[in-house]
Design a protein around this ligand. Sequence first.
Ligand code: KG4
Ligand code: ZN
Length: 338
Amino acid sequence: MLVLGLESSCDDCSAAVVVERADGPQILSLIRRSQDHLHAPYGGVVPELAAREHLVQLRSVIQSAMAEAGVKVTELKRIAVTQGPGLIGCLLTTFSAAKAIAWYSKIPFVGVNHLLGHLNAARFAEPKLPFPALALLVSGGHTHLYLAESWVDLRLLMKTRDDAAGEAFDKAARMLNLGYPGGPAVDERAQSAKKSAPTFTPPKFRDGTPSWSFSGLKTAVKQRIENTLGLSAADNDYESVGALCKTLNETITAWLLKPIPHLVEIHGIASLVVSGGVACNSDLRAGVAKLGKKLGITVVIPEPRLCTDNGAMTAAAGAMLPASAAPWVENANADLKL
Ligand code: KG4
Ligand code: ZN
């Protein structure tokens, strides 16, 4: 089955052609156009600019993906597109394009939940994932942990109470003048740092329920910069900035992984998937691999280009969902309770 996957929920415009076989999905083409240059001056994604840029980008992104795969539209067995959550103007661009192509070419259409897409990125590496699995989905907008009974059956176990982990990386990078996007910049500096800075105190929750909070970490980084480094030193003191980045990597990894062992035990978990943009982080990848070994469970972290937003994961998830023959009728998967 040939599937065209489209993704434009934030600032990446991406299309992929994926072939779904009995032994799992395989990428025939994956095109992604970044908008970093557009948003960098603002230090974050400007939704309206992103939506307008998707409109400019999407036609050539789709055409390139089809050409690279050597596939004609009439050969497609379905079109999968991110339905949400995401920036509404951005989502609308590829969603409308997908519906139009599906309607015109009479191809079944499927709307895909973005988080389900991030989980299904793991199908390229491990199509026979043992379930039940924990799915830790960490991006610029989400820090969610799901119990997955299958590739399309998720139950939310916990999520951040405020900011996503990616937001903490991005804002810390901004405070340290490391540029945009922040996560990769912090990670790069952390990897070249010789030593870590003092650790950050983890948040405590009055009700005792396991959850995350990253908003206080932003404030802690701000105070650390002002009190210890001094704002001007943040520009110049290469070692101190590197040490702070290393500590940020270590802190976020430790906080994210802390609830995993207990949840593995109480839910009889067989595997752990970590995906979303923050799963590109070197420290988190190493920490997850180490934890998997210790707990004796299968661990899957998609390759970095499949962790950040991309059309291939949307196609992989779309291949697992029932498609609608009539895209103008509200999609059957629209109310997946994620
Ligand atoms: O999944 P994604 O591409 O888009 C959203 O759905 O948000 O994730 C983007 C997020 C950004 O916050 C970015 O800074 C973060 O992923 N990110 C990283 C790394 N690469 C991307 N965070 C930490 N370390 C990285 N290497
Ligand atoms: Zn995402």
